[in-house]
Write a protein that binds this ligand. Structure first.
Ligand code: FES
Length: 146
């Protein structure tokens, strides 16, 4: 963690997510009371250098978007889709344009590219020496905090 006051955390190298690809990260954030809470996110590189991040929770029933298939993107990477009932979301806005949660938006995660790394900004994440102690992390998700 570069600076405790700024809350900027490196999640992965920018090169770890190819253009047109989305990846899940199972992180932990600190609540206002200091409790560690699961913070599953998805980061998409829509085109080279254009990264978008959202909390990986569907607005309809609150499941992971990639439940079931493990996939996030449909229509050649043009939209995010929830694997449960098929809600379709714009990548750049997170707004549902088709499906059960029409017009609702995924919760955005502020990202920054710093020195070639994709960083989450403005969220107090649990540092890696703490979250490595949790034993119920989702095994299929990629987890990297430096
Ligand atoms: S839970 Fe995502 S569309 Fe129903």
């Amino acid at each position: 963690m570069p600076d405790e006051d700024i809350d900027v955390f490196v999640v992965c190298a920018a090169g770890a997510i190819s253009p047109g690809e989305a990846k899940a990260f199972s992180l932990w954030r600190l609540s206002e009371t200091g409790e560690a809470k699961p913070f599953p996110i998805v980061i998409i590189q829509r085109e080279p250098g254009a990264f978008f991040g959202y909390v990986n929770v569907c607005r309809h029933e609150g499941t992971w978007l990639n439940i079931g298939s493990g996939k996030f993107l449909i229509e050649d990477g043009c939209f995010l889709q929830c694997g449960r009932h098929g809600a379709k979301f714009e990548i750049d806005t997170g707004i549902c344009v088709e499906g059960a949660c029409l017009a609702q938006s995924l919760e955005p995660v502020a990202l920054a590219l710093i020195d070639g790394d994709v960083c989450v900004c403005g969220v107090a994440l649990v540092e890696d020496d703490l979250w490595r102690g949790f034993d119920d992390l989702e095994e299929t998700m990629d987890i990297m905090i430096h």
